[in-house]
Design a protein around this ligand. Sequence first.
Ligand SMILES: NC(=O)c1ccc[n+]([C@@H]2O[C@H](COP(=O)([O-])OP(=O)(O)OC[C@H]3O[C@@H](n4cnc5c(N)ncnc54)[C@H](O)[C@@H]3O)[C@@H](O)[C@H]2O)c1
Ligand SMILES: [Zn+2]
Length: 363
Amino acid sequence: VTSPAPVRIDIGEAGIRSQALVGHGLIDRAAELLESPSGRYFLVFSEGAGPAALQVGAALAGHVAADIPIRDTEEGKSLAGVGAICDAALASGLRRDDALVAVGGGVVTDMTGFAAAILLRGVAWNAVPTTTAAMADAAIGGKTGVNHARGKNLIGAFHPPRRILIDPAAARGLSDRDWRAGLVEAFKTVWIADPDASSRARKRISSLVRRDEEALLSLLVDSVSVKAQIVSSDLREGDRRRLLNFGHTLGHAFEAASGPGTLRHGEAVAWGIAGALWLSRRRAGLPREQESELLEALAALGPYPEPVRDADLMRLYLALDKKANAKGNAGVLLEAIGRARVEEGIPIGEWLEASIAAAIPGR
Ligand SMILES: NC(=O)c1ccc[n+]([C@@H]2O[C@H](COP(=O)([O-])OP(=O)(O)OC[C@H]3O[C@@H](n4cnc5c(N)ncnc54)[C@H](O)[C@@H]3O)[C@@H](O)[C@H]2O)c1
Ligand SMILES: [Zn+2]
């Protein structure tokens, strides 16, 4: 059986060249599709991510200079964890023209990308994401880094991977819950910028929930294209890139208030989007039918555990938001499906109201 050619999506500009490849059977073609100036690869992977790392290793047979297994917990996503990747790569004789390959979820791609950014002042790397969240989001856009005791993702660098191989087979071992939570980010991405892709995404929901890989590929081609366009026009977090934070002001606060391990990131973002939709209807003229349409889509990707909405906790975490100032927090509002804008200084009181109003219909 010959697979059709992968869809190629270019990301980046100003001398930074990065390309996502989306399609079936790409892992088996890793030797042809990944990039290393020297032809040698250092494979960084988590054992929890299933057989994908073994398959990538087999496809690159003869070109793997080192296997570097890591533990991919949020606590391990630290400078020390990246230090261990650096130690292992240098001990195995890493040279400047070698490349790393990350196989895993967002924790593995964030850590490997950051190690690649600092090793020998920068070596090439590639990403083979194994979660829907990393396929839709974490592996795309060049942000890499680790957590600090003072907060998540506080230390890092922009260092885009040369190639991102998006092969749905890599996510087969993922739980249903993680599979669906990751898709929330793909829907979010098309909703902020692409009405046509949004209507295609809506038609695919029931197939996606059944884990149809054709539907996943089609959704990811759309959402990765949108994210690629946004980050290419704006690699370093200017106004357009901020649109990708849709649902994340309340989402991050729900995630923190509910405590570690309670809500998946994508689940917290789903609740955050529900709150942002409520604000969008009041402040940005989002039509009620469109709000309902998106809430229905979120419902289909659920169910989600109830978030903690305690006003004191939410106030605390909203104040820690990077987008907070004296007037309030900036937020991303939807004017219509496929069209978003950033609004500065939305008062905390209104965010708290939105956090109570956020409701996703049951199924
Ligand atoms: N760089 C960015 O732009 C960006 C964007 C979004 C998120 N992130 C980061 O990504 C991280 C979250 O990534 P994630 O949601 O992919 O979760 P994750 O990497 O924490 O993986 C979740 C769990 O799933 C397991 N797993 C991974 N692939 C699997 C598979 N195929 N089968 C079975 N289990 C598998 C992992 O071992 C882990 O236990 C966070 O640290 C977040 O900060 C980064
Ligand atoms: Zn997110």
